[in-house]
Design a protein around this ligand. Structure first.
Ligand code: DMJ
Length: 552
């Protein structure tokens, strides 16, 4: 794609900007100096050369290359570390199968609405055929770039690329949320760069990353939630001086990658300082973190409340994914992740009645609540990914059990679509179902988490049932959320198939994540964005796993 237009520097070859891995990972250096924790018995460096056991954590031996894999891949002999993919080197997919074609059709329908009624704006309002602005940066268009590339929608990609080149300007007096803009805009640009090899996206990413950096200028180095990308003024939300824990700990994949690509360590240093500080904070419970953190003191606030849902979710996801991104050397990240999984098992797991579905509830000051956000459905996928990368088989078992539950959160609704929040039934009572929904929680925002995890579970087990479950969900999206004039809309009531009540908004993550994960779920090709080569950020933007540094 694009090779016919060399004047745009749109090509597959190596980019102009300096691309190099950091000489020596500063975190690794610090770990060398500090010595290893008692639990860590392996030697990460030795692992680099021998591919043997890396660490154990409280007795759980972690063997990085012995995770769950498709049977056909196990037979291929001793595994080797894949090199980081060169930008533009991901193969175009083979011809899409029937289900993938249905995803392409859904994407085209969504894109048609966006193109007609919301072009260059943040989000489509498909019912009123208009748009809404959040940051005023073409959020849906940027979030969808890599999806178009992966789905092979070349014409659409070219047109969007032209908009990025001609219209996207970051010199604007506008406040952006650091986390949301990092995962969607910075992540979207970086992955568009990696897939296409087009320098334009890297230049834009670097410009944007520079404009986000003032958010980190706080007394504690814990960033403010918001920053003005035109003036550089950063501030917390109006109602508090706190930041959200998931937000400040889910920007690292993107900032680290930006440093690797540009050779400028300032992005990585700012983001990793947050990781270091959060690592050693008091107020955790067996690896589980509270939801808020003060930008003044750098301490957790609102102590004693623990959830895997909103405000904490991707903290856990990014511990594992940074460890994978960095080549499985940063053992502190791994330890924090494994400890947190143990904390989840100890404090938050229960089984519902009557079907005994395993779910993740919440804990508030010692009191358990059987409430689970749909957001928590990222967890089966993350657990499966960890097991694939060598974490204990028990993580995979838990992933399977939670995947069943997330499927039931969709299946037990009249529309086949999950509500935003469910409450599980803990006691046998007549014909009461496992999954209960409160009136205020009946909406569905076209979120990706169930299909995201279905993608991982299918990719890592090869079991077709996960594809079939995703197919049911795609059909439900088409039946209840598709707007005839173009686009898909979030709905207010997943329990009323006759009147699901469109809310007139298509979130950017429907194109950035939901449809992308569905397309990947329906693929049977493990090399289409291989999980040994790429790690997906929390907005489904694939970034390369870093290759080990060359020796000698
Ligand atoms: C997305 O922006 C990301 O997946 C984030 O991690 C959680 N919220 C939405 C999707 O639900």
């Amino acid at each position: 794609m694009g090779s016919s237009k060399p004047q745009r520097h749109f090509r597959r070859g190596p980019p102009h900007l300096q691309i190099r891995a950091p000489d020596k990972d500063p975190k690794e250096q610090r770990q060398d100096d500090a010595g290893r924790r008692d639990e860590v018995v392996g030697d990460a460096r030795q692992e680099e050369s021998t591919q043997r056991t890396v660490v154990s954590w409280r007795g759980a031996v972690i063997e990085p290359e012995q995770g769950t894999e498709l049977p056909s891949r196990k037979a291929q002999g001793p595994p080797t570390k894949p090199p980081s993919p060169a930008p533009g080197s991901q193969n175009q997919p083979a011809s899409p199968n029937e289900r993938q074609r249905a995803v392409i059709d859904a994407f085209r329908h969504a894109w048609t609405g966006y193109r007609k009624f919301a072009w260059g704006h943040d989000e489509l309002k498909p019912v009123s055929r208009s748009f809404s602005e959040w940051f005023g940066l073409g959020l849906t268009l940027i979030d969808a770039l890599d999806t178009m590339w992966i789905l092979g929608l070349k014409k659409e990609f070219e047109e969007a690329r032209k908009w990025v080149s001609k219209k996207l300007r970051f010199q604007k007096d506008v406040d952006v949320n650091l986390f949301e803009s990092t995962i969607r805009i910075l992540g979207g640009l970086l992955s568009a760069y990696h897939l296409s090899g087009d320098d334009l996206f890297l230049r834009k990413a670097e410009d944007f990353g520079n404009r986000l950096l003032p958010a980190f200028q706080t007394p504690s180095k814990i960033p403010y939630s918001d920053v003005n990308i035109g003036t550089g003024a950063a501030h917390p939300p109006r109602w508090t001086s706190d930041s959200t824990v998931a937000e400040v700990t889910s920007i690292q994949l993107e900032f680290r990658e930006l440093s690797r690509l540009t050779g400028n360590k300032k992005f990585q240093e700012a983001a990793e300082e947050v990781t270091r500080r959060v690592h050693s904070l008091p107020g955790k419970k067996d690896g589980l973190v509270p939801m808020f953190i003060s930008t003044h003191s750098g301490l957790f606030t609102h102590l004693g409340v623990f959830t895997l849902g909103a405000r904490a979710d991707s903290y856990y996801e990014y511990l594992l994914k940074q460890w994978i991104q960095g080549g499985k050397k940063e053992t502190q990240l791994l330890e924090d992740y494994v400890e947190a999984v143990e904390g989840i098992k100890r404090h938050l797991l229960r089984k519902s009645e009557p079907r005994k579905l395993t779910f993740v509830g919440e804990l508030a000051h010692g009191r358990f609540s059987a409430k689970m956000d749909h957001l928590v459905c990222f967890l089966p996928g993350t657990l499966a990914l960890g097991a694939h990368h060598g974490l204990p088989a028990g993580h995979m078992e838990l992933a399977r059990a939670l995947m069943d539950t997330c499927y039931q959160m969709n299946r037990q609704m009249e529309t086949g679509l999950s509500p935003e929040i469910v409450h599980f039934n803990l006691y046998p009572q007549g014909d009461r179902k496992d999954v209960q929904v409160k009136p205020a929680d009946r909406h569905n925002l076209l979120r990706p988490e169930t299909v995201e995890s279905l993608f991982y579970l299918h990719r890592l087990t090869g079991e077709r049932k996960y594809q079939d479950w995703g197919w049911e969900i795609l059909q439900s999206f088409n039946k209840y959320t598709r707007v005839p004039s173009g686009g898909y809309s979030s709905i207010s009531n997943v329990q009323d198939p006759r009147s699901p009540q469109p809310r007139d908004k298509m979130e950017s993550f429907f194109l950035g994540e939901t449809l992308k994960y569905l397309y990947l779920l329906f693929s049977d090709d493990p090399d289409l964005l291989s999980l040994d080569t790429y790690v997906f950020n929390t907005e489904a933007h694939p970034l390369p796993i870093w290759a080990p540094p060359r020796v000698g």
